[in-house]
Design a protein around this ligand. Sequence first.
Ligand SMILES: Nc1ncnc2c1ncn2[C@@H]1O[C@H](COP(=O)(O)OP(=O)(O)OP(=O)(O)O)[C@@H](O)[C@H]1O
Ligand SMILES: [Mg+2]
Length: 246
Amino acid sequence: MIEAIGLSKRYSDGSLALDALDLEVRAGEIYCLLGANGAGKTTTLNLFMNFTRPTAGKALINGIDVLLDPRAAKRHVAFLMESVALYSGLTAFQNLDFFARLGGRFDQSKDDYAMAMRQVGLPERSFDLRVRKFSKGMRQKLGIAMAMIKEAPALLLDEPLSSLDPQAAAELVETLLMLRDEGRAILLTTHDLFHAKQLADTVGILKEGRKVLTRSREELRAERLETLYLDYMRGRGGWGGTAASL
Ligand SMILES: Nc1ncnc2c1ncn2[C@@H]1O[C@H](COP(=O)(O)OP(=O)(O)OP(=O)(O)O)[C@@H](O)[C@H]1O
Ligand SMILES: [Mg+2]
């Protein structure tokens, strides 16, 4: 459903942000992309959204090359940006309605919006509140409700857990697992190893644009993700590491 084949991005300043990334997220799976600041996670999602062009390789959504047919590809995917773009002068309801229509969905009722907002844990009193009065976490939740309303089979979420309080993060994990069980393919980035372990069917770690490690849920049962992550960041993990010399 979400597939990268040799996906690479060199920005015009010459920096190689992503180096021959291969990954696949099938329907009913969650893939968590980890990595330090600047590792290439947002770049990966931007390539899937065709916000930026790859220098090599392909990004496919539902088998559609996003570079060749961006409009068709975008019909199958919902995207949550790192900082959610919302209209602060509109209420939560109005934002959902506006963006649903913008995305071509005219069949949604107020009840549908309310259900989505309840599902992401927004309090009822916030539904009619102007978004300017929302906290960062509330904006994040509304962004997720917006992505859910699109009912796209593929979801790309850039740090959806950032700025959520512990209860909200736990609720979001539940929601994402529910969406996965409904058959969505979810690719998300996060710095939160604790929740990544709960969510991921597959974990991939990016380091300076290269994927240095992939682990399945089963493999992670026997290993500590925190230890693995830190070992790779310090250059001690696996191939290309410096274990032999330490
Ligand atoms: N528009 C751009 N022009 C030039 N370089 C860029 C651009 N956007 C990102 N980069 C560079 O690409 C690399 C990867 O950045 P990216 O935003 O993908 O990292 P990230 O893994 O999402 O980091 P973070 O965890 O901080 O969000 C960084 O070195 C960054 O400086
Ligand atoms: Mg990022």
